[in-house]
Unconditional design. Structure first.
Length: 427
């Protein structure tokens, strides 16, 4: 979502004559688009701001801005503590950036951090950062109303609002004309998409049908909202990726209730069984949090056992850290020791490495269609791409290929992270 928002910001500034530069010493304006979902992200932003402050000592006219969720969450604190920051702009106020920059250039510090009840950027065609022209993000909805007890997102992203499907199709058309081969429909909870009488499964069907030559992905789903209609739509269209990201956070009912996730372990596992039955070749990934308030060793082992039962293909794993302003911060005690959190996280990571290895081993000997994203990071003689299940393939080729080409590759061997294969043919 932040990549997509940054592309929107670039489009807004391009329209008034600004040009994006990759050379930091050439910049007149540096904008840091921030995330507040975990403390580490904010710590990294503070570190970057200190680096940029040194640049400002050399260039007195340099403007520095903080955008996004951190601007929304810490607006007053940032204004006081970060003296070299000229602009603090929340995620729904980017249209005002040209005026705010102009006022800041006159020496007036600017803060704009309102949240909107409407989709504020649906008529803007973002400037794409992927210069290979392979994959693009297309935002379909913003905001979240689930109010998980640990999560800051509803407070910094606002209420759910969905984008007009006509503007979504228009943006994808522009993306396709620029040569992109894959899009990912994104939102805080894509299953909550609803515009008038169109829901997410219907939107997904229209997109897949309208753009049959493009690979369609989507993220993120919520376990309590993912419908059977979405699964049927995936099965109906070959160009929809066979991958579902379904965050579980914990395998313990006690933790799920405390987190206010809105489902039980049993309900989640039933949804997994339904997904795997409906789409036999599906890959399932998840988010897992360890060390939430009051988590016991038994709760932790329930998470490990759920991971084993599902057999996730890959996961995003992290330890809980309190975010001020959330229900958990106001009402629950962050009482799991840091050493215990780290130990539990390492156990989760170790198990996921085992599960990922098993998942990749099952693919060995099979042939997949791969969308090439570029050269392998480790070898200039090998190409890298992903299959429909979003699994990474690396393979050599006797013929010259380029990013965006589609090829058939046979999986020959695997690691927990990668499948190594041999080229069958170019499509």
């Amino acid at each position: 979502m932040n990549v997509s928002d940054s592309e929107v910001v670039s489009a807004i500034l391009n329209d008034v004559g600004y040009i994006r530069t990759n050379a930091i010493d050439d910049a007149d304006i540096i904008l840091v688009n921030t995330c507040s979902i975990r403390e580490n992200a904010e710590i990294r932003v503070r570190g970057r701001l200190h680096v940029f402050a040194q640049l400002k000592r050399k260039n007195k006219n340099l403007l520095i801005g903080v955008l996004g969720c951190m601007a929304e969450r810490l607006k007053g604190e940032l204004a006081v503590q970060e003296k070299t920051v000229d602009l603090i702009v929340g995620p729904d106020a980017y249209r005002l950036l040209p005026q705010l920059i102009e006022q800041s250039q006159r020496g007036n510090k600017q803060i704009q951090v309102f949240l909107s009840a409407d989709e504020t950027y649906e008529d803007i065609i973002p400037v794409r950062f992927d210069n290979k022209g392979v994959s693009a993000f297309v935002s379909i909805m913003r905001g979240c109303e689930n109010r998980c007890s640990y999560c800051i997102v509803p407070y910094v992203r606002g209420i759910e609002r969905s984008r007009n499907p006509e503007s979504i199709l228009k943006e994808i058309t522009e993306v396709q004309h620029k040569g992109y081969k894959e899009i990912t429909l994104i939102g805080q909870n894509v299953d909550s998409y609803r515009f008038e009488n169109i829901n997410f499964s219907q939107l997904l069907s229209v997109v897949a049908k309208t753009f049959p030559s493009m690979r369609i992905r989507f993220s993120t789903n919520h376990p309590k909202d993912l419908s059977d209609d979405v699964l049927h739509t995936i099965l109906q269209f070959e160009n929809i990726g066979r991958h579902i990201h379904l965050p579980v956070q914990s395998g313990s009912n006690a933790m799920l209730q405390l987190m206010n996730r809105g489902y039980t372990r049993e309900y989640y596992l039933e949804r997994i069984k339904t997904i795997q039955k409906a789409i036999p070749d599906v890959a399932i990934s998840t988010d897992i949090m360890v060390g939430f308030c009051n988590e016991t060793e038994e709760n932790h082992h329930e998470t490990l056992s759920l991971m084993e039962e599902v057999g996730y293909d890959f996961s995003f794993m992290f330890k809980y850290n309190e975010r001020s302003g959330t229900y958990a911060a106001r009402n629950l005690k962050d009482n799991v020791p840091e050493k215990v959190k780290i130990a539990r996280l390492n156990e989760v990571i170790s198990l996921q490495n085992t599960l990922s290895a098993r998942s990749k081993e099952k693919d060995v000997g099979k042939i997949y269609e791969i969308l090439i994203e570029g050269m392998s990071k480790k070898s200039a003689s090998e190409y890298m791409g992903r299959n429909s299940q979003n699994k990474v393939f690396v393979f050599p080729s006797p013929e010259k290929l380029k990013a965006g080409d589609r090829v058939l590759v046979k999986a020959e061997r695997s690691t927990p992270a990668t499948l190594m294969g041999s080229l069958i043919k170019k499509l």
